[in-house]
Design a binder for this molecule. Structure first.
Ligand code: UD1
Ligand code: CA
Length: 421
């Protein structure tokens, strides 16, 4: 969509979040809110994307590298924020229309954005906005229509009269504007409202008063237009996103025994016929093969890659590690920065001591090894193919266990030749 630019507003502080982190950087299922919007517009082929940044701009920019950022130095409202993009948009003659999104509306779907753009283009309107019907519209801008059902204006909650407050059609905060109409409207708005801000929403009345066509598209999925302004709303968004992720995973052939008590973040791949037991927490950037059994009460952290037919049981934590196929790690273990081969048995209570207080070190456990109950492996260390560690042994750093040997004790020493291969 070469002739449509996108502007994402992300300059606000998010005062109601009561946070030192800018609102748009708060995570939802392990991914910052703002990135959901960016990924969506990228996926629908929008290639001219600008973010308006302001509050803690450095932090926001760092998170969204690759996106052009324009700074709004004083937070004078959503209208002022869009005005900051004026020169960038006007100097590009190929841009005819501008899609505007708010960085705190992360649940919006690609389909709805596409629907809005299609309506905007086909109706040849100067502005098209996304609206929704809400039984409890508190907090949102209300869409005011004429008796002929034409959009007249948007009124913010704080400025709404009692008659306007009962209107149930709300402004979702997603718009497509003709570029010229947008800047025509923005030049005319004034901060004559309770917050004394320049409201982007006021441009709608400027346009309708000049008899310029304003259209709308509706969505009735309340999960989609949730604006995240408070921690409670962040919690709601988390629940919606969590359900979407679990539905997608189950749809791919994974059994989730108790979806209400399973937490899977964005960016997790699980192959079919794997079963996830309750109270399992799988963080972003984790891959799990097919026919595995995970949990209950397992925690898989970023950088974990699990092969097929692996069993990971209760109270097992794994981070930055790969687990070969048919390996079993059933009970109370910590595995960090470790490469584990195929068909390994990790006994109950095994701990990989990967951190020496300054640095993290790697551990390797080769195919068919048998790690006895309560073994401590002090990294960096390697346990060779088919080797065995006795219950309670402490394998000290760099004291690699040769393939096929058995070690026991503290510190672990070789005791006898082993038959395992
Ligand atoms: C806004 C809309 C409201 C709509 C609601 C939907 C306006 C005036 N109101 O209200 O009609 O129903 O969203 O969720 O637009 N921002 C900036 N710079 C600023 C101010 C805000 O970049 O100077 C950004 C914020 O970071 C945020 C977005 O704009 O991502 C929306 O601002 P917010 O203050 O949350 O607006 P609402 O009061 O929710
Ligand atoms: Ca908001």
């Amino acid at each position: 969509m070469k002739n449509i630019a996108t502007i994402i507003l992300a300059a606000g502080e998010g005062i109601r979040m009561k946070s030192s982190l800018p609102k748009v950087l708060h995570n939802i299922c392990g991914k910052p809110m703002l990135e959901y919007l960016i990924d969506n517009v990228n996926s629908i082929g929008m290639d001219k994307v600008f973010a308006i940044v302001g509050h803690k701009a450095g932090l926001v920019k760092q998170q969204i590298r690759g996106i052009k950022c324009i700074t709004q130095s004083e937070l004078l409202g959503t209208g002022d924020a869009v005005t900051r993009a004026r020169s960038a948009l006007l100097k590009d003659n190929k841009i005819d229309n501008v899609l505007i999104l708010y960085g705190d509306t992360p649940l919006l779907s690609q389909e709805t954005i596409k629907k809005l753009i299609e309506k905007h283009v086909s109706s040849n309107a100067s502005a098209t906005l996304l609206t929704a019907q809400l039984k409890n519209p508190t907090g949102y801008g209300r869409v005011i229509r004429s008796s002929g059902n034409k959009i007249v204006k948007i009124v913010e909650e704080l400025d709404a009269s009692i008659y306007e407050k009962i209107v149930e059609e709300i402004n979702v905060g997603v718009y497509c504007f003709n570029k010229r109409a947008l800047f025509y409207g923005l030049e005319k708005i004034k901060p004559d409202n309770k917050k004394e801000e320049y409201y982007l929403t006021d441009t709608i009345e400027v346009l309708t008063k000049s008899n310029i066509l304003v259209e709308s598209v509706s969505t009735n999925d309340p999960e989609e237009f949730l604006g995240v302004n408070t921690r409670a709303e962040l919690g709601k968004a988390e629940l919606v996103m969590k359900k979407r992720i679990l539905d997608k995973i189950m749809d791919a052939g994974v059994t989730v025994i108790d979806p209400n008590n399973t937490y899977i973040e964005q960016g997790v791949d699980i192959e079919k016929d794997t079963v996830i037991y309750p109270y399992t927490f799988i963080e972003n950037n984790v891959k799990i093969g097919s026919n595995c059994s995970i949990g209950p009460f397992a925690r898989l952290r970023p950088g974990t890659i699990v092969g097929d037919k692996v069993g990971i049981g209760n109270f097992v934590e794994i981070v930055r590690s790969s687990i070969g196929r048919e390996t079993k790690i059933r009970h109370q273990c910590y595995i960090g920065d470790t490469i584990i081969g195929k068909n390994v048995n990790i006994g109950a209570g095994t701990i990989v001591a990967n951190y020496d207080g300054k640095e993290k070190h790697k551990t390797v456990i080769e195919d068919n090894a048998f790690i006895g109950t309560g073994t401590i492996l002090i990294a960096p260390v390697k346990v060779g193919r088919g080797a065995i560690t006795g219950a309670g042994s402490v394998v000290t750093r760099n004291k690699n266990v040769p393939a096929g040997k058995t070690v026991v004790g503290i510190p672990a020493r070789i005791v006898y030749k082993n038959r395992r291969k």
